[in-house]
Design a protein around this ligand. Structure first.
Ligand SMILES: Cc1cc2nc3c(=O)[nH]c(=O)nc-3n(C[C@H](O)[C@H](O)[C@H](O)COP(=O)(O)OP(=O)(O)OC[C@H]3O[C@@H](n4cnc5c(N)ncnc54)[C@H](O)[C@@H]3O)c2cc1C
Length: 389
């Protein structure tokens, strides 16, 4: 088989890139290790920056998002029954969209089907070859038979555990990492959200977040030690702990119900540089991970797709190499700023085992500063709604 761009990974970045390219007549094949049902069952992100909203519209998959997504013009930060509202619209003129990653993936699959896009599921042993040559190819095994795809470029959209990043020689690749000493226990439930907006709650027992996916679907989290297991947490224990950490008025209003998904995600900051090697481009979680506190993971994947898509477009339509040559530098500039924001939100809001009294006073002062400074609120809002592409 021959294609212009071989895309490894059929998560949001791989599907979005193939959809955008197809609409401009650029051919791609997506190779996904899992089944479609498995990919669609993953419950992950839900807060979209406006840049991502516009990119999804540009890809022709914005219709259901625009009909069913919920626009949020602010968010709430709470500590000890004191609540600070960060007014995104007033401070930045922008907002964010609440629309689940699962729904985006659904919409992208539907769009790929409608256009006859090629997505090969259950592709085993996907391996890129000749990435530092002018003629790369990718091999994989499907139903026991090995296949080969010749291509111009390979897009590594295969997440943190994928094969693409590992294909870059260790003498070239530099990795930066911070692992946090806690995780987030997340519960998805068919209950109304605790509030019209997200509540980020800082508490001496640990951080909590009241988030949502729809008006009848809520996503809540509590910070837990890394030693906790999902089986340790009954639904009742989860709701009781959440209520202790969020402001009283929200706890009183909170509607609880059975969990339909419950998982613990460890928190990590990670960046791999460079994001291009030869004819391979790393995109999304394949190149970087953020702790979910700033809601940046999926949004960063979208901005990478934006830069790569435009680079490929310039290459194929105008024969200009600058966009592709500059991909890694441009993407990393934005990645590091989102890493900084996610790291600082995580530091401000979580209880660290070794933070001591000094660390606690630092957190309290930061919150107090935020409460009384429009400049500090603007900085938070500007990063939360997303820095420009
Ligand atoms: C538990 C969890 C919760 C999260 N919560 C949030 C959140 O609240 N907010 C937020 O902004 N972000 C969140 N994220 C991050 C966000 O979901 C990711 O940033 C986003 O999914 C990145 O998209 P991606 O397409 O780059 O990678 P992925 O979604 O990881 O997709 C990669 C795809 O590649 C496939 N693949 C892997 N290896 C291979 C291979 N060798 N061959 C072929 N295919 C392969 C995988 O099966 C997968 O389908 C969360 C992530 C996790 C894990």
């Amino acid at each position: 088989m021959r294609t212009q761009v071989a895309i490894i990974g059929g998560g949001p970045s791989g599907l979005l890139l193939s959809q955008l390219l197809h609409r401009k007549g650029i051919d791609s094949v997506v190779l996904e290790r899992q089944t479609r049902d498995y990919v669609l069952s993953r419950i992950r992100a839900g807060v979209l920056e406006w840049g991502m909203v516009e990119l999804l519209r540009e890809a022709g998959v914005g219709q259901r998002m625009d009909a069913e997504g919920i626009i949020h013009e602010g968010t709430l930060l709470a500590a000890q029954n004191r609540t600070i509202r960060i007014n995104f619209r007033k401070l930045t003129g922008k907002a964010v969209m609440i629309y689940g990653q699962t729904e985006i993936t659904h919409d992208l699959y539907d769009a790929r089907d409608a256009m006859g896009g090629v997505v090969i599921h259950e592709a085993e042993g996907v391996t890129p070859h000749g990435l530092d040559s002018d003629a790369p190819h990718v091999t994989y095994v499907k139903d026991g038979t090995e296949h080969r795809i010749d291509c111009d470029f390979v897009a590594g959209c295969d997440g943190f555990h994928g094969v693409s990043r590992k294909s870059i020689p260790s003498s070239v690749l530099k990795e930066f990492e911070r692992v946090y000493p806690f995780g987030w226990l997340g519960v998805l439930s068919e209950t109304p959200p605790a509030d019209d907006e997200l509540i980020y709650a800082i508490h001496e027992r640990g951080f909590a977040l009241c988030s949502m996916r729809r008006a009848d679907l809520s996503r809540h989290y509590v910070q837990v030690p890394l030693t906790d297991r999902v089986e340790d947490w009954s639904d009742d224990a989860f709701w009781a702990e959440l209520k202790r950490r969020i402001p009283e008025h929200a706890a009183q209003r909170l509607v609880t119900g059975p969990s339909i998904e419950k998982s613990i995600a460890p928190l990590r900051s990670f960046v791999a540089e460079p994001m291009r090697w030869g004819r391979l481009f790393l995109v999304g979680d394949a190149a970087h991970i953020v702790p979910p506190t700033g809601a940046k993971g999926l949004n960063l994947a979208a901005s990478d797709v934006h830069y790569l898509y435009n680079g490929l477009l310039a290459h194929y339509q105008d024969g200009t190499p600058e966009g592709l040559d500059d991909y890694s530098r441009k993407a990393l500039l934005r990645v590091w700023k989102a890493e900084r924001f996610s790291w600082s939100m995580t530091n401000m809001m979580h209880r660290f085992p070794d933070q001591g009294d000094f660390g606690q006073r630092m957190q309290e002062s930061e919150l107090d500063y935020l409460e009384h400074s429009t400049a500090a609120q603007t900085a938070l809002a500007e990063n939360y709604v997303g820095l420009p592409y």
